[in-house]
Structures are given as C-alpha cells and as structure tokens.
Write a protein that binds this ligand. Structure first.
Ligand code: PHB
Length: 401
C-alpha cells in the first residue's frame, strides 16, 4: 500500500527509488565490533590501531559493493581484562548484531571471546594478540598480526650464530611472554647457546630496575626481553640503560614489541647499534607500499604521528574484512567469510606481502632483523636482513592433536 502511495504521490526521485527497489533502497550497513584498549596504559596502542581503521575506511570505502556501508562500533576493554572483553564482545554480538569482531590487543582478551565466536559463528579477526595458541581456540578466529614464535625463534638462532653463548630471558608473565621464553630457549639452544637464567615479570610491574640488576650480576652475553609494547617498552629499555647493562657488554635482543616505532623518540638515551630486534614491520622501511602508507598517515594525522606494528595489524584486518564483504557482494555468511579469509593474501601490505594461512587461519609474513640505529639523528628500526615468508614455527613443534 505504502509503495503505491509513494508512486502515486510522485514525491520526487527518492520516493521512486524506494518504490522500485533500486540500489539505494537496498542500502545496508555491515557492523564490525572492535574491542581494543582506548584507556589506561595500553591506550596509545588502541589509538594507533584505530587511526589505521579510520584511514583504511577513508581510502577503501569506495571499493565496497554499491549500497553497502561498514560501521565500526568501538568498545574499550581498558587493558588485559578478559572478563570485560568478553562482556563487550557479547553485547556487540547480541545487541548490536555485528557481523565481525575485531581488535584484541592482549592475548587473554582474545582467548576470552573464543567460545562466543564459535557459538554465535562470528568471524573474528585478531588485530594484535600474539600468543600462538589463540587461533586454535575457535574456527571463527583468523589473525593479521604476528606470533611471538615468528620473531623469537629465528632471532635466537641468529643470536647464537653471532657467537653469543650465554642467554637470559626476561618476559612479561602471561601468554606472549611465555611463548617468547620458550621460542628463544629452543632457537638458542638448538643453535649451540645455553640459557643461564629466566625471569617472568608480572604485568603489574612498572619498575624494572631490580630485575635488570639481577640479570647484570649474572653476566649473560645476550638478554632477550618481551613486554607488551606501548609505554612499558620504554620503561624497560630505560632500566636496561640506567643499570648499565649495555656498558657491561650484555646485548639486548627481542621481538619488535620492545622498540615500537612510535616510542623511539622517548628512548633517546639508547645508544645506536646495541639493540637488535626481529619483527614484521618498521615504519622506516623503504618498501614503496610502506612509503605510501606513512605518507597518507602523516597527511591525515600530522608529521609527528608514526604508525606502528599495531597499526599495520589493524590495517590488514580491515583489508581482510573488506575482502570478505566485497567477495560476497555484501550478503554475508559466516562460513563463506571464513572460507574467504583462509588463504587470503595481501601483496600490498605496508609490511610487505602477507596472508592468512589456509589451514591454520594464522598470519604468514616475512620477518626482518632490525638494528636500532640513529638515522638523521633519530632512532629508527633499520631493517638489515629479511627472513623469507614464515608461518608460525610453533605449529611445527605443536601439531594439532
Ligand atoms: C599480547 O597480549 O598478545 C600482546 C600484546 C602486546 C604485544 C604483543 C603481544 O606487543
């Protein structure tokens, strides 16, 4: 009845479009629920992820099928708070009816939504959390970030081959830290080194000096550190320098989480050439796709803003989500979405070519050995060697049962 009235009234182009079921009449909004940290100690990480999401949408909304819009609904988990993350994700699924979940900086938060993703069949693209086992927890999980094993295992082998014999690990006492500890131990001992000590540091610790003093007294050749990036990376780096471990000849290595690009201006006391990290992304990389990415980023957010590895994890999560939406013409089926995510590749990621493994739903990418050096007076993660495209080595040592 209403249709007729509209047509009869001849109420202009908009009414006719509605009546005839044209593209605008079918306009639909696909909701993406993003659970990330926007307050507390990890807020700078959430901010750099969110900036990537906004920039991706600005550049790529034009690629969506006609009439399809993507709305990102953001929720702040406040840090590594699995109960909060689970509650927020549940609300996003049951109340907001999101078609995707994404975000998840911290491992416990990602783990906490596995059951929900499985039961509600919600494709969930992990933007950051790096503990290997996460993607096994739900068939609706895929990851666009990294795993800790991907960096720490080849890094340990490299360190041992440099003639560093006595190793020590100091890691945050939760999932990704435990993975770094195990991966570094395995890689280092397989390549002829020996681990002389290990310490796990509670996530609540902000003063790292006592830990550094103990390590200095034990005189390892090389110390591998992991903390979950952001401001805490600068705090532990400061303790390493203040306690004089570098002048005692203790080399510092770790995943790129300990030298996040955006924190480098706050690490001005670190001398060039003493910190070596393995990671998949450096803002200073000269790959054309990265140069274009950084240029667009700084045009949007100012020359003082630097994208970090979390930005690239978020960028590629959006690319994966847009791929699934575009391939289905906006009509989403969760199982088709997962089939489209499996084996998806992005040759143009700022980090270099990357993809999602068809079997494990986990990230496949190159990792780079980087030396923390001064370039034009500024500290940079300078890529010195590339280590092919690597799947997560953890899977090889822990095959699915
Ligand atoms: C994690 O909790 O999995 C995590 C958080 C921050 C990082 C790396 C891993 O930098």
């Amino acid at each position: 009845m209403r249709r007729r009235q509209f047509v009869r009234a001849g109420a202009g182009a908009a009414a006719i479009a509605v009546a005839s079921g044209s593209a605008s009449a079918q306009a639909q909004t696909i909701k993406v629920g993003m659970v990330a940290t926007m307050s507390g100690g990890g807020a700078s990480i959430g901010d750099l992820m969110d900036k990537a999401v906004r920039l991706y949408q600005k550049q790529h909304d034009k690629d969506l099928p006609s009439g399809v819009k993507v709305e990102v609904i953001r929720r702040d988990d406040g840090g590594a708070n699995p109960d909060v993350a689970k509650r927020l994700a549940t609300e996003l699924v049951t109340r907001d009816r999101v078609s995707f979940l994404t975000g998840f900086i911290y491992t416990p938060n990602a783990m906490a939504v596995a059951e929900l993703a499985t039961e509600a069949k919600v494709p969930t693209v992990i933007m950051n959390a790096g503990t290997s086992v996460i993607v096994r927890r739900s068939p609706y999980f895929a990851r666009t970030s990294f795993t800790m094993w991907q960096s720490a295992y080849p890094l340990a082998q490299w360190a041992a081959k440099q003639g560093l014999k006595r190793g020590y690990t100091a890691v945050s006492d939760y999932g990704p830290g435990h993975d770094i500890e195990a991966a570094f131990d395995k890689g280092f001992t397989e390549a002829g080194g020996q681990i002389i000590g290990k310490v796990r540091i509670p996530l609540t610790v902000v003063d790292f000096a006592p830990f550094m003093q103990r390590i200095k007294d034990e005189k390892p050749d090389v110390l591998c550190i992991f903390v979950p990036a952001g401001k805490v990376a600068t705090a532990i780096m400061k303790a390493y320098i203040d306690l004089g471990l570098h002048t005692a000849g203790i080399k510092l290595v770790g995943p790129g989480d300990i030298t996040p690009d955006e924190e480098l201006p706050n690490m001005a006391d670190v001398p060039s050439g003493i910190v070596t990290t393995m990671h998949h992304y450096s803002a200073s990389s000269t790959r054309p796709q990265n140069v274009a990415f950084v240029k667009a980023w700084q045009a949007e957010y100012g020359a003082g803003s630097t994208p970090s590895f979390y930005s690239v994890g978020a960028w590629d999560a959006m690319a994966a989500i847009y791929h699934a939406i575009i391939q289905q013409g906006g009509k989403l089926d969760p199982d088709k979405t997962m089939a489209l995510l499996k084996g998806w590749r992005n040759p143009d990621s700022p980090r270099g070519p990357m993809g999602i493994d068809a079997e494990t739903r986990d990230i496949v990418q190159s990792v780079y050995l980087r030396r923390l050096d001064r370039v034009d007076g500024q500290l940079r993660n300078v890529e010195i060697e590339s280590f092919g495209e690597v799947k997560d080595p953890w899977v090889r040592f822990n095959p699915p049962r």
